[in-house]
Design a protein around this ligand. Sequence first.
Ligand code: TV7
Ligand code: CA
Ligand code: ZN
Length: 380
Amino acid sequence: PFEFGSSYSPQVSYHFNPKVSQYHYGVRHPMKPFRLMLTDHLVSCYGLHKIMDLYETREATKEELLEFHAPDYIEFLSHVTPENLNKLPRGSLEKFNIGDDCPIFQGMFDYSILYAGASLDAARKLINNQSEIAINWSGGLHHAKKSNPSGFCYVNDIVLAIISLLRYHPRVLYIDIDLHHGDGVQEAFYTTDRVFTVSFHKYNGEFFPGTGDLDEIGCSKGKKFSLNVPLQDGIDDDSYINLFKSIIDPLVTSYKPTVIIQQCGADSLGHDRLGCFNLNIKAHGECVKFVKSFGIPILCVGGGGYTPRNVSRLWAYETGVLNDVLLPSDIPKDIPFTDWFGPDYSLHPVLDDLYENKNSKKYLENIRIRCLENLKYLQG
Ligand code: TV7
Ligand code: CA
Ligand code: ZN
């Protein structure tokens, strides 16, 4: 049902547990785990299941979570339920930042250990050289901190995966193209030169999570090993791709990572319910294609994305990109939930012309120059 590209196709593993898509944050909450089911259906209806190694993932253990998270936080997460919420010691909800963004919903801990287990399984396949590209669309929850949840993220599967990769890899590169700043991952590795973190995001000092300005570059041994690319509303395909390539190319060439974690948050697409960028699916995918072109092992995770029909289109398209196959534009007729993809039933609905591009040529050129300035240090 698809054409193979001309370049070489790597061994790709796909890590998913359908259970993870059955959880609900709450009726009005924008994060919908159901989008993962939609993605999985698209991936299989396009026939991609047949060319990847498929793994039904396991739950992360408490011991694994404790590699990053604080014991009292994991103790709290694993015991709190919607039923016992009101009987907790005074102040614990405030202490652990529980609220509308990160509610205590039915099965919240099981959901968390499922998406984290999938990233750990994916990392393990790369470590064992059983896979060159490992995909976990249920992961990418980049805001979770050591001792609290944040921005819809309870445990930080990316940080946990990187910690496990660091046992075998000298240098890990983390690339985050979610609309939001990858603050949890940046913070976890802010003082080390063994993990380079780079995030592209909307930034104005107020937009969640409020961090990610150009001057956040890491500290002590990690100084110059964090990079932030703050952007304004309405960035379009060409500006984003050009900026992405002109930063990632010298970064990979000079840092020489031995493995890359690519976070593919879909809220940077046009028409996202929480978004304000104008990217089309092909442009987002072009960034992933570019990262793949270096031939370095990749752990690919999901992240944000609040318009489920576009999230699933994007991640199915990117699963194609990572397998070097070009998917036909027509959504397969036999897909369950087919109505979600109407009226166009196309993999590439036009997502442009929503926001005015507030990133002037001058603004972008300045960002690019200042980012490249920070990278110069790596050559020395
Ligand atoms: C990775 N934006 C996560 C991105 C996390 C963004 C926020 C909401 C939101 C939450 C809701 C809701 C919402 C329409 C949107 C300052 C606040 C404002 C809660 C209402 N509708 C990722 C987190 C961000 C929850 N949070 O990077 C329940 O929008 O801006 C904020 C913080 C305080 C809390 N309130 C929002 O993409 C996965 N939240 C409706 C119901
Ligand atoms: Ca980002
Ligand atoms: Zn996001």
